[in-house]
Design a protein around this ligand. Structure first.
Ligand code: HPA
Length: 276
């Protein structure tokens, strides 16, 4: 980390920065408005090619306020993809994680930019640990709700936003039309970047969690604040610590993503194709 200033640092207005970023996207892609945005987490990368025809790919660092990717396996690009029926999907392959320590504004900037670019639907995907012991690595699940364990929020000041049905039951219904076997669960966002201890996983389970991860919840809150309808998918890359008999490794997480990516990306593209 450096002490260099960043466009999102206070006193900047994060929504004005998102407007500037959206204007950058119009200029760099030639697409005036996007209908849907999707953030691709580990394992979901190939979906971009299945959603439709790529109109433009831009390095995220050319868009105001976006940060360099912190991690191998996380592609730092934004793509504009046209679906077969002519809608435009903004594919965000550049996620800033809370654990990078740059603050929540930078974590949710891509979501606010997507809203400023016109997107009415925000699809958030991630790779995560499973608490439900009947799940297995490589299985995609829908996010039905979340528990935000970061003790932080993208909302600044006295901003009160309703989070009932945050993960839209309408959109989950559309996902289940594509794959009726999809299970769903409550996503617990931990700060990371360490994985949870087995005791933390048991805590998450006892407060109603089924999935543990390090992203998504803060982004979903920002999406709702921006008036978007949210759909969330987790790829279970491993059973969570203590549920799995073996220790967790980042390599295992990446490998599980690579094995499942073809299948789950097809699912994601089909669901996006049906969202109206
Ligand atoms: N915990 C938190 N984040 C994760 C996990 C996990 O078990 N697997 C992949 N991302």
């Amino acid at each position: 980390m450096t002490n260099q200033s960043h466009p999102l640092d206070a006193p900047a207005d994060p929504f004005a920065v998102a407007q500037t970023a959206a204007a950058d996207i119009v200029r760099l892609t030639g697409v005036d408005t996007h209908d849907i945005a999707v953030t691709l987490g580990s394992g979901w990368g190939p979906a971009a090619d299945l959603i439709g025809e790529t109109v433009a790919t831009i390095p995220a660092t050319e868009v105001t306020g976006f940060s360099k990717p912190a991690l191998e396996g996380h592609v730092g690009t934004l793509r504009s993809v046209r679906t077969p029926d002519g809608r435009h999907v903004l594919v965000i392959g550049a996620r800033t994680h809370y654990y990078e320590g740059h603050g929540v504004r930078r974590v949710v900037h891509s979501v606010r930019t997507a809203a400023a670019a016109g997107a009415k639907t925000m699809v958030l995907t991630n790779g995560a640990g499973g608490i439900t012991d009947t799940w297995s690595a490589g299985q995609p699940v829908l996010i039905s709700d979340h528990i935000n364990l970061t003790a932080d929020s993208p909302l600044e000041g006295a901003t009160f936003i309703d989070l009932t049905d945050l993960y839209s039951s309408r959109l989950r219904g559309i996902a289940r039309e594509v794959d009726p076997s999809l299970d769903e669960g409550v996503y617990c966002q931990f700060r990371g970047p360490h994985y949870e201890t087995p005791a933390e996983v048991q805590m998450a389970k006892s407060i109603g969690g089924h999935i543990v991860g390090m992203s998504t919840a803060l982004e979903a809150i920002a999406a709702r604040q921006a008036g978007m309808e949210v759909l969330g998918f987790s790829l279970i890359t491993n059973l969570a610590a203590g549920i799995s008999p073996s220790p967790l490794s980042h390599e295992e997480v990446i490998e599980a993503g690579q094995e499942a990516e073809g299948r789950i990306s097809r699912l994601l593209a089909d669901v996006i194709g049906r969202i109206r």
